[in-house]
Design a protein around this ligand. Structure first.
Ligand SMILES: Nc1nc2c(ncn2[C@@H]2O[C@H](COP(=O)(O)OP(=O)(O)OP(=O)(O)O)[C@@H](O)[C@H]2O)c(=O)[nH]1
Length: 767
């Protein structure tokens, strides 16, 4: 056995045929810091790497066993090939002999002659000779031998080796491949564009381990649940002796919507689509107004900007499209519906304030969507404005300013006094240029619904952003479950237009119902089919309302891991203090294994808000809360969107529970059932009893014997039981919504106006 006495990273990397950088990256993912490629590895580190690169069938092997096993495998493969050739030769009634085949015209007949003459033969399979290294004369001789007629050949050979036979030669690979295909019946397997390793193995009817190993040999580390693309699958499949063909499933929607890729020649540059985000009062609306008012082109039709949900401005003869709804909520709501609308996010940060909770949210929302962030450091006119401080703070969120060697563009501006707005816009154009944004204007339009409403006079009205193609009056469009012919279009200046190309927002009239913001729209040619598709969509929605959606939930997590549905477990962490947010983030991310990567996409201090739920819904994330509660809006939308919110008081419990879920061992558990909430309207001290709260029951009921927690601004300040519950002077067992009550809380006198009293019981969860 080879003893690996503290090997270095680069040594192990070499053994696995990967780069040291890759291993360092893996360790970093697990929170292990490896300084450089010569860092020494502990046995546990090696085990970690080993278990990542091996699939679960093999994880009981040691490193030495694995390499020995690989060598065996290679040997066996060569043997099997040799055996197959032998059998093949036997079938044809010839001896297992040399294969000096440099021309396709060599017939079986000629081989037979060779056999009759009982020539000395050379097995060429074991040693491959580089043809280029053989001298050309020799090759020509060889070719001659094979090309001459059988009789001639016989004679020549009988003459006694006028042409000295070469020791070895190789068979051209393609020829070998062809022969193999001709003789062995190749099974054809259909594979879609993307398939998980496990599913692929099932289709090939081979153990998943075989596929994982083959991938490994090709330098691709993939676990069973990981998805590989068609090209990779066909490479692996063909290596394993299968014929891989693309599986194409054509739905009615596929037939109706033209989603074919554009050829590079058909693509023309398009203007960028930009959203403005940032903390409350940092100046988002002021910035949008400043941009709009300074860049309206006087002679353009209308002149006055209409509010249609988006507008375009011209800068240096180029245009920029701005979404008119500031804030990340609208942006994420759209993303939750599958729409990828924006290219660039301008993050507004007030220079006199700094990075605030919503700034962090905006950063994370933009990052989750893969959108480039440009920072507008606003309010630089104000006394106390400190752009350097902002830039410093940005670095904590992996936004390193360009001035400091990073790649985040930061532009100081004053939205109020319209200072440096042009500078900001130029930066937007610069980023857009680097992104090489393109679309094909010469096809039927596709895009996204930005806003919509029911207009008394005009009926359903939708502002759409054309993202590809050109939308024309008269086109039939499908948007979500709405369908119709475009009767009229109005641009952001209020002018009636006949057509709208890529990145152009227009208001459209003619749909039969109001679509939803974020719906994708297509212009189509076949109205009948369009109506039929819409009917089917409506039916599907009806059906889905009866069968619940497959969202990521902790209870179902293990099944989803097994099915390969979950590769990244996205988590949003909310806690009462920043320290807990960090601690939880780190501990949870450490739970990542080779099947699931735990990724905290957002973390923040404070109660769980609707915006958190929206991000969770858009990113298939679970929300983990520590000593915090969801506000009522968040609770309702989490229920509607089936977002799993997990609330804990102890970090350890969260880690334990998520780890157990990942392993499929979630123990039967008690889950709390919230009975109701009451808001504290007043408090008074009663001597000998303590502080009593006068509260109003907002929803559900408050019961005397249930457990209680006190929530202040979304944060739990106390958990315990009631010492008293009264309606006027009388003790009450419970008080229902709409009534007032007097509440005393055991061992807690710090109750304050505005606190929320939450009444709950623990119930066993049936699995
Ligand atoms: N001094 C100064 N004040 C500004 C500047 N930009 C915005 N303000 C002021 O800051 C306040 C908030 O600006 P808004 O544009 O409403 O901020 P917002 O981010 O859109 O706020 P919400 O819509 O509430 O999220 C207003 O009183 C603005 O006049 C600036 O550059 N300098």
């Amino acid at each position: 056995m080879v003893v690996l006495a503290q090997p270095k990273i680069h040594e192990i990397a070499k053994d696995f045929g990967v780069q040291s950088k890759e291993l360092i990256g893996i360790f970093a993912d697990y929170g292990i810091v490896m300084k450089n490629h010569s860092a020494k590895l502990e046995p546990d580190d090696i085990n970690l790497i080993f278990s990542i690169y091996m699939n679960k069938y093999d994880d009981k092997m040691t490193l030495e066993e694995y390499f020995a096993h690989k060598a065996e495998e290679k040997k066996a493969k060569i043997e099997a090939e040799k055996q197959a050739k032998k059998e093949e030769a036997a079938k044809k009634g010839i001896e297992f002999k040399e294969e000096i085949v440099l021309d396709e015209e060599v017939s079986e007949e000629s081989l037979k002659i060779v056999k009759q003459d009982n020539l000395k033969v050379v097995d060429t399979r074991q040693n491959v000779v580089d043809l280029e290294k053989l001298d050309t004369e020799k090759i020509e001789e060889l070719v001659d031998i094979e090309k001459v007629s059988n009789v001639e050949k016989k004679q020549k050979l009988k003459k006694g080796n006028q042409h000295k036979k070469p020791e070895k030669t190789n068979i051209p690979a393609a020829k070998k491949e062809k022969e193999k295909k001709e003789t062995v019946e190749v099974k054809t397997v259909l594979v879609p564009d993307e398939i998980s390793v496990g599913d692929f193995a099932a289709r090939l009817e081979v153990p998943a381990a075989t596929v994982v190993k083959k991938l490994f040999e090709l330098g691709i580390m993939a676990a069973i649940s990981q998805v590989i693309d068609f090209d990779t699958a066909s490479l692996v499949g063909e290596d394993l002796g299968f014929k891989i063909e693309k599986e194409i499933i054509v739905t009615e929607e596929d037939l109706l919507f033209n989603d074919t890729e554009d050829s590079p020649e058909s693509l023309k540059p398009r203007s960028p689509v930009v959203v403005v985000m940032g903390h409350v009062d940092h100046g988002k609306t002021s910035l949008l107004d400043a941009i709009r008012s300074t860049n309206v082109i006087a002679n353009e039709a209308g002149g006055i900007t209409q509010h249609i949900g988006a507008y375009r401005v011209r800068v240096n003869d180029k245009k920029i499209t701005f979404l008119d709804t500031p804030g990340h909520e609208a942006f994420t709501a759209m993303r939750a519906r599958g729409a990828q609308v924006t290219d660039i996010a301008i993050l507004v940060v007030a220079a006199d304030d700094g990075i605030m909770p919503q700034t962090v949210e905006a950063i994370n929302h933009a990052k989750a969507a893969g959108v480039t962030i440009i920072v507008a450091i606003n309010k630089i006119d104000k006394e106390g404005a400190n752009p350097d401080k902002i830039m410093q703070e940005l670095t904590e969120y992996e936004l390193i300013p360009e001035a400091w060697g990073g790649d985040t563009i930061c532009v100081p501006i004053s939205a109020k006094y319209k200072q440096n707005i042009d500078g900001l816009l130029e930066m937007v154009l610069l980023v857009a240029e680097m992104k090489e944004l393109k679309a094909n204007p010469d096809r039927k339009a596709k895009g996204t619904v930005i806003e919509s409403q029911l207009d008394k006079g005009r009926g359903p009205v939708a502002t759409v952003l054309v993202q590809n193609g050109t939308l024309r009056v008269g086109d039939i469009i499908v948007a979500g479950t709405a369908v119709g012919r475009v009767r009229a279009m109005v641009d952001d200046r209020g002018a009636s237009v006949k057509k709208a190309g890529p990145s152009v927002p227009v208001e459209v009239v003619g749909l039969n119902e109001v679509p939803v913001g974020g719906d994708i729209f297509y212009a189509v040619t076949d109205e009948k089919k369009a109506r039929s598709v819409v009917e089917k969509r409506k039916q599907k929605i009806k059906d889905e309302n009866t069968v619940s959606r497959q969202a990521v939930s902790l209870d179902a997590l293990f099944d989803q891991i097994k099915e390969g549905e979950v590769k990244d477990l996205n988590i949003i962490v909310k806690a009462d203090v920043q320290g807990s947010v960090e601690a939880v983030k780190q501990s949870l991310e450490k739970l990542s294994n080779d099947e699931v990567r735990v990724k905290c996409i957002h973390g923040g201090v404070g109660g769980i808000t609707e915006s958190d739920v929206m991000l969770a819904s858009a990113s298939n994330a679970i929300i983990v809360g520590f000593n915090v509660r969801p506000d009522s809006g968040a609770a309702a939308s989490a229920k509607r969107d089936e977002v799993d919110i997990r609330l804990y008081r102890v970090i350890y419990n969260a880690i334990e529970e998520i780890e157990a879920a990942m392993k499929g061992m979630l123990a039967p558990q008690f889950r709390e059932n919230v009975l109701g909430h009451a808001e504290v309207r007043t408090t008074f001290k009663v001597s000998g009893v303590g502080t009593i709260a006068g509260a109003y029951v907002q929803d559900g009921k408050i019961t005397r014997n249930s457990q209680t927690r006190i929530v202040r601004d979304g944060i739990i300040v106390h958990e315990g039981v009631l010492s008293s519950l009264k309606r006027f002077k009388d003790d009450a067992k419970e008080v229902a919504a709409g009534y007032e009550c007097g509440v005393g809380i055991e061992n807690f006198n710090d109750i304050k106006d505005g606190d929320i009293i939450e009444s709950f019981v623990m119930e066993e969860v049936k699995r």
